[in-house]
Design a protein around this ligand. Structure first.
Ligand SMILES: [Zn+2]
Length: 263
């Protein structure tokens, strides 16, 4: 371990020149080089255990931004490297402390950006292999499996060429759901709900811009009834039950949490 006062110490140019001259013509054998390399590696590891040295390194590198080239190299050299469980735990703890994405809901805008960025990013075959190996033998939770299955059902009638744009956990507007909303039956259901409620928001009473809220979520009905086509939707009685609809104004509708049965 270096003495604290030597941390960050550099030889002067003159000294470096002298060392270089002294070493000239001095051949170092392969073994010796290996020994030096191992010793250096050990010394580096030891140095990192010294809190003063760590603090010094941290101070020196603060605000330092890696160039794109460096990032690329680092990325390449990290491929296939696995942190040991201890390191993984430490990283996870640090990230938690930083509140890095923990419990954070991404905005639609951010999600869209991530999606765009990932489209550009093509996994290498090596990356695929690593992913496949690391997932081997892993069991998915019941809820995860259910979500995969539901997603498969939702995407049942969507041609494979269009499936790429629908993430498996997307619970909002799928092309099928959107198509159903445009049917005559759907418009009829909505206007029946409005008529029954006298075209007034059932929460605040205004008769401005009104919408029909599904008490049991529309997408949930589609999933539970395994609806995979417009024809199946038209045959589904639950979908056209006006008792599942309530007239609300736009601001009131926004205040109703999504995916919540609201009675
Ligand atoms: Zn209202």
């Amino acid at each position: 371990m270096p003495l604290p006062h030597l941390i960050g110490y550099k030889h002067s140019d003159a000294t470096r020149r002298k060392i270089g001259l002294a070493n000239k013509g001095h051949n170092v054998s392969r073994e010796a080089r290996l020994k030096i390399s191992n010793a250096n590696r050990k010394a580096t590891l030891l140095r990192w255990e010294d809190p003063i040295y760590r603090q010094h390194m941290s101070d020196v590198h603060k605000g330092h931004v890696h160039s794109e080239e460096q990032k690329r190299k680092q990325g390449l050299s990290n491929i296939g490297k696995h942190s040991n469980p201890e390191t993984g735990r430490k990283i996870s703890q640090t990230l938690k402390k930083m509140k890095h994405g923990v419990g954070k809901r991404l905005s639609d805008e951010t999600k869209r950006k991530i999606g765009e960025a990932q489209k550009k990013y093509k996994k290498t075959e090596l990356h695929r292999l690593h992913l496949s190996q690391s997932h081997k033998g892993k069991k998915l939770s019941q809820s995860h499996r259910q979500a995969c299955s539901d997603a498969q059902k939702r995407m049942g009638t969507i041609p494979p060429s269009r499936r790429g744009c629908i993430p498996w956990n997307y619970r909002g507007a799928t092309p099928l759901a959107e198509a159903i909303r445009k049917t005559f039956e759907y418009r009829q259901w909505r206007s029946d709900v409005f008529k029954r409620d006298g075209f007034r928001c059932q929460r605040c009473g205004i008769n401005g811009k009104i919408e029909a809220h599904h008490i049991k979520p529309f997408v949930q009905i589609l999933i539970e009834n395994r609806i995979m086509s417009i024809a199946q939707a038209i045959d589904c009685a639950e979908l056209w039950d006006i008792n599942n609809g309530v007239t609300v104004c736009s601001p009131c509708h926004k205040s109703i949490p999504r995916d919540t049965a609201n009675k």
